[in-house]
Each structure stands twice: as structure tokens, then as C-alpha cells.
Write a protein that binds this ligand. Sequence first.
Ligand SMILES: Nc1nc2c(ncn2[C@@H]2O[C@H](COP(=O)(O)OP(=O)(O)OP(=O)(O)O)[C@@H](O)[C@H]2O)c(=O)[nH]1
Ligand SMILES: [Mg+2]
Ligand SMILES: [Zn+2]
Length: 325
Amino acid sequence: MIGTVISGANNAFSVLAENGELVRCTLKSKRLKGAEGFYNPLAAGDLVAYEAASSGYGSITALIPRKSLFWRYNEKGRATQAIAANMDLLVCVSSAAMPPFRPRFVDRVSLEPASEGLPFLIVLNKTDLGLDDDTAERLADYRSMGFETLETSVEKGVGVDELMERIRGKTAAFVGQSGVGKSSLLNALEPGLGLRVGEVCEKYARGRHTTVAAILVQLEDGLSRVIDTPGFRRLAVRGIDPVSLGACFPDIRAVQGRCALGARCSHVDEPNCAVRAAAQSGAIHEDRYESYLRIFEELQDTKSYAKKSGRPRRDPKDEEIDDYE
Ligand SMILES: Nc1nc2c(ncn2[C@@H]2O[C@H](COP(=O)(O)OP(=O)(O)OP(=O)(O)O)[C@@H](O)[C@H]2O)c(=O)[nH]1
Ligand SMILES: [Mg+2]
Ligand SMILES: [Zn+2]
């Protein structure tokens, strides 16, 4: 039988059967077919084949190939951790304040959907706390590059209907830093959803990691599904060849064809680089270029290290907390 993973970890998963029943499943074998090489075998949203046992119980025999995936590089486990699968839309939630807007974090999140061709929406929540000029300008900048954005306030009920319209009939995964209001937004979409919401620590303006595991929720219309995920502070970028990084930044992609070295230009220090020139003139926002440079370096670094040692690097910098300020 085929079902959808709602939540779970290790060897205990809740699977939504096609008839709408919840089945508590374990894995048939430790090495799940189709999930080899991942830190965790299954993510919320995964489609699995399972054998039904006694009523309400089952065992998962295989992972059905994913049509999309949001994953993180798990630095402790040095492996790819699947967070949410099979969504039609990835929503990156950020906030206007508490915690502050972090465009360099949004840049990082945007890379997976860009390289996968997955629709991507940037939500700016907590607009009731005030939208400063800098944030408004950055948001307009994202729109001008072709990103889809939406301003919301759960507090004032702003943008919630628009968000519902955008995700209707789809599976949408919500990701972002802790405390930006992912669970609050989902609760606002439908009364009674009851996802846990936590306070933001006043002193550091950081969330408290209230959501601890990803969970897929089917909305009342029976067609729309949302995946709430735990917030994270950092997102290490992996799995993109440094030479194709520019293509994942729409603003860089638009000008990089004019670099003197053509496709060989990494836009770091080559002569007559159109990207660097655009960053200097302001045509490309300096923060976007900064994002590009940092991620490029990170990718180069891990690539050359993996070549030498045969395994991915655990960067000492990874131990530090980078809030992308
Ligand atoms: N002022 C204001 N506060 C909000 C808004 N949305 C959420 N909050 C508050 O922000 C805090 C964090 O909300 P959560 O929904 O738990 O945030 P989260 O993104 O799910 O956080 P994690 O589960 O830790 O990743 C709570 O105190 C919410 O009440 C908003 O639009 N405006
Ligand atoms: Mg949450
Ligand atoms: Zn260049």
C-alpha cells in the first residue's frame, strides 16, 4: 500500500493512508530502499510503500522517488538530512523584526528551489512590528529579480487570505529561522490547527526552536497540505557545483554572460567581470554579491577538502553561530 509520511523519526513514522487513516509504521529493514545515503531515511511529505499489519500498524518497505526535496546538510552527522518532500512550493518565512530580517539567510534558502526548479515564495511576516526602509527596499529588490514575495502579519490578519490562495490545492513546505512565525502563520490559515507556537527570546531576538520535528498537515479543504518544519539558524550550502552557483542567483545569472572570461569567470577577482562591476555600480545589491562570495568560498572549500580527504569537511567556522547579519 502507498501512504504519505506525516511525521516521525528514527524508526517510528505516522503514515497517512490513501483512505485517510493514520498508520503507525516502523521500517521493514534498517536500510530503507530508496533512502540510502541520507542522514534520516524519511521526511514529512515522503510517499512510501508499506505493508499493513494489525489494524493501525504497518511496516514501510520502500521510499517512492521524491519529486522535490528540501534538505539540510547535517553538520554533526556529516550527511544530507531530508526535511520536507514532494512539495509543489517552498515558502521561506522571514520576519520584519523579532528576529530581524536576514536577507542573506533568504539568499541561502533560495538556492535549493533555484537549482531544483521548484516554485519559491518569500514571506515577510510580523509587518505589524514595522517595516523599515532597508527591509522594504530589499523586498522590492527580490521582486525585481523575479522572486515572489508576500507581506503578512498574523497579529493583524494581513496577507493570510492571499497566502491561503497561493497554496490552495498544493503541498507547501514552510521553512525559515526559529521564531519568525511559521507555525503561527499555519495556525492562522485554518482555525483549530493547533500547532505549537513559542515566544521569541527578548534578549537575543531569537526563536526558541518550538517546532521540533517537521509535520505535514492536510487542510480541511482536503486538497491543500502544509508542512511545518523546525526553525534553524544557519544553512550550510552543499551539493551545488561552485561553477553553477551564479546561475542560481537570478540577478547574477542576468549579467554573467558579459564577463570577459565567460563561463570560466567565478566573479571573485577575474578581470572585466560584469558581476563585480554590477555589484560596484549597485545594479546588483552588495549584500547579494556578498552572499554569493561567501557561499562560493564555502562550496570551493568543501569541494577541495572532499577531494583531498575523501570526505566532506567539517568547517571549524560551522561551530560558530552565524546569524547572517
Ligand atoms: N507581532 C507579531 N508576532 C508574531 C507574528 N507571527 C508570530 N508571532 C509571534 O512570534 C513568536 C514565534 O512564533 P512561532 O509561530 O512559534 O515561530 P516559528 O517560526 O514556528 O518558530 P520555530 O518553531 O521555533 O521554528 C510567537 O510568540 C508568535 O506569537 C506576527 O505577525 N506579529
Ligand atoms: Mg514552529
Ligand atoms: Zn564574472
